[in-house]
Design a protein around this ligand. Structure first.
Ligand SMILES: [Zn+2]
Length: 305
């Protein structure tokens, strides 16, 4: 059963990246599954190769290893094939509706944004199809409920066509959009188990529909806790969460792993350890269910709550 860890290369790894990588690794290794590291580098404005190289080294330093490393941009042909397939089903249409237009529609989506009201569904693609479109391209979803309970017991059931709205599959800058790329890449690597942070849980139903439309089978899902900033946002690169360059100046790998494992509930005390030492006693029952709040203060990672 292959599974994957799929960070985006839009910044350095931070404590939240390491938590997600560690949990994915422990899950796969404790089950004897194959584990891929997939760099998601399709965002042309924010992705940088320098982050890819650095992240690869930092994850190795932290004590994690992979059976295969995949770079998302290498799968461009398969992304285009999937778009052709969806176009042949008559599901693609151009849409230049902006975020502020969606906000005016006023319906919140489950990911905290605004649902798209499928306003432009009747607009045709230009001659030449999605390749010739000069606007973002969306995918028409069928109306109807998708029932998903993930392995942690979280109910992720949705009617994605209504709750989220038709997703963008080709962005304004011509990059293939997140949902489509993730589903195609998982299919290409025959991923049948997905372990990831619960910030991505609301996108699961849309991705399951995409799997169906592309004739792929549905992987099993497990979503886990997040590390948050004091104001409640997910720790993230663009909020200036402490990166590995700074962490490595002040922490040895085993010290950092010990703190992250303790914050995640994997150990009772904050003592140095390597990921391999956590394997024998790893079980999802040990992993905390509540998110944790972390700050970087006086060159130390402090768990506030
Ligand atoms: Zn539109």
């Amino acid at each position: 059963m292959p599974s994957r860890f799929a960070p985006s290369t839009t910044g350095q790894a931070h404590p939240g990246t390491l938590l997600a990588a560690l949990l994915c690794w422990l899950d796969a290794r404790s089950r004897g599954d194959r584990l891929l590291l997939r760099f998601e580098d399709l965002d042309p404005t924010r992705s940088q190769d320098i982050y890819l190289d650095q992240m690869r080294r930092d994850l190795e330093w932290f004590g994690l290893d992979w059976d295969q490393v995949v770079v998302q941009s290498d799968l461009a042909d398969q992304h285009r094939n999937a778009l052709d397939q969806l176009q042949a089903q008559g599901r693609l249409y151009p849409c230049r509706c902006t975020r502020s237009e969606r906000r005016r529609s006023g319906r919140r989506s489950l990911d905290g944004g605004f649902a798209y009201a499928n306003t432009c569904r009747d607009r045709p693609l230009p001659n030449g199809g999605w390749r010739a479109a000069r606007e973002p391209v969306r995918l028409r979803l069928d109306d109807g409920p998708i029932r998903i309970i993930d392995e942690s017991g979280a109910d992720l059931s949705q009617n994605p066509a209504y709750d989220m709205g038709d997703p963008i599959v080709v962005r304004r800058d011509r990059a293939v959009a997140y949902h489509l790329a993730v589903v195609v890449d998982d299919g290409a690597s025959q991923i049948d188990r997905i372990v990831r942070g619960r910030d991505l849980a609301p996108s699961t139903a849309t991705q399951v529909v995409l799997q169906q439309l592309l004739g792929q089978s549905r992987p099993s899902y497990r979503h886990h806790l997040l590390f948050l900033e004091p104001r409640g946002d997910k720790l993230a690169k663009f909020h200036g969460a402490v990166g590995t360059a700074e962490l490595r100046r002040h922490y040895r790998a085993a010290q950092l792993c010990g703190t992250i494992a303790w914050a995640a509930g994997l150990r009772d005390r904050d003592l140095p350890c390597r990921p391999g030492e956590l394997l024998a006693e790893f079980s999802w029952h040990r992993v905390g269910t509540g998110d944790r709040v972390l700050v970087w203060r006086n060159d130390q990672l402090i768990v506030l709550s």
